[in-house]
Design a protein around this ligand. Structure first.
Ligand code: X90
Length: 280
């Protein structure tokens, strides 16, 4: 298989703007207040947005890529692997599916495989990295379709959030989780559920106490000591502390730490930490 025939496309909830050696495009989501629109692309000043939003009391909403945005991202690629944020919380997957239909109808020799991540952020990043690896290994389109679905069964996402206000205001968490909105100093610890929704597992008083619990959650969710991706919202110090704790327990872990982009920063909010991991 010719590497040039493949393209990976993801929406901006993946926090991936570009990758090496394989064609890639990111379809931005948009964050909107009544005053301003933040397009989640490479030009977005994420920390500026997070600062703005700290003092913002307006209703703020988000919008997923439309069908046309997805088709534009597909470009003229023959084989597209398209990864979306969870269909449990966003319309992104549905619009990607319509885009796939239109694209394949218009170009009968082209194919798009749409993957509903049932997750967000760092878990999507792991899926993108694996697609890249498969393409560079010159696997066929069909092999990659099959193997990436298998890989996805062996990845997970856990999180530690200082606020779920934006999730609650946009109806993206259950009433139970939403009831913790505004309790100062409480961190919500949870995971992406099998249905691709937010599942709260614990509440923790203070950020320091949250980290051992987060490490236990990795164990409980069968972390295999392989790859781990930590995305944070203006909170590199805690991300680093967690990295050290993971390495002490699982010395061979391949960890990367990075700032989340716009969409994930809006919903994970200031101080939020998302952890994608590989599991047995
Ligand atoms: O379509 C849209 O407007 C986007 C809506 C996205 C809503 C949720 C984003 C969550 C981002 C927050 C914590 C991790 C939760 C993962 C659960 C699957 C990240």
């Amino acid at each position: 298989m010719n590497i040039e025939n493949f393209k990976i496309v993801a929406d901006s909830s993946a926090d991936v703007l570009n990758i090496e050696q394989v064609a890639y495009a990111s379809a931005p989501l948009i964050i909107r207040t009544t005053q301003k629109e933040y397009v989640d692309n490479a030009d977005l000043d994420v920390s500026g947005m997070v600062q703005d939003l700290l003092s913002n009391t307006d209703r703020t909403t988000t919008a997923c890529p439309g069908v046309g945005d997805w088709i534009e991202a597909f470009g003229d690629a023959q084989y597209v692997f398209c990864v979306t944020i969870t269909s449990g919380l966003s319309g992104s997957y549905n619009s990607a599916m319509v885009a796939k239909q239109n694209y394949e109808e218009q170009y009968p020799d082209r194919k798009v495989f749409v993957i509903d991540s049932l997750s967000a952020g760092p878990e999507i990043k792991l899926i993108i990295e694996k697609l890249q690896e498969y393409i560079l290994a010159e696997k066929s389109y069909e092999e990659i379709c099959e193997q990436i679905m298998e890989y996805k069964e062996h990845t997970g996402l856990i999180f530690s959030l200082a606020s779920v206000r934006n999730l609650a205001n946009n109806g993206r968490v259950s009433h139970l989780v939403a009831s913790a909105v505004g309790i100062l100093g409480i961190r919500i610890l949870g995971r992406a559920s099998a249905q691709g929704t937010l599942e709260q597992l614990y509440k923790s008083r203070g950020e320091k106490k949250a980290l051992p619990t987060l490490l236990n959650m990795l164990k409980d969710h069968n972390f295999n000591g392989g790859k781990l991706r930590i995305g944070h919202v203006l909170n590199e110090s805690v991300a680093k502390q967690f990295k050290d704790m993971v390495l002490a327990a699982y010395p061979n872990t391949k960890v990367e730490i990075y700032p989340l982009r716009g969409l994930c920063s809006f919903y994970a909010e200031n101080g939020g930490v998302l952890v994608g991991f590989e599991k047995a």
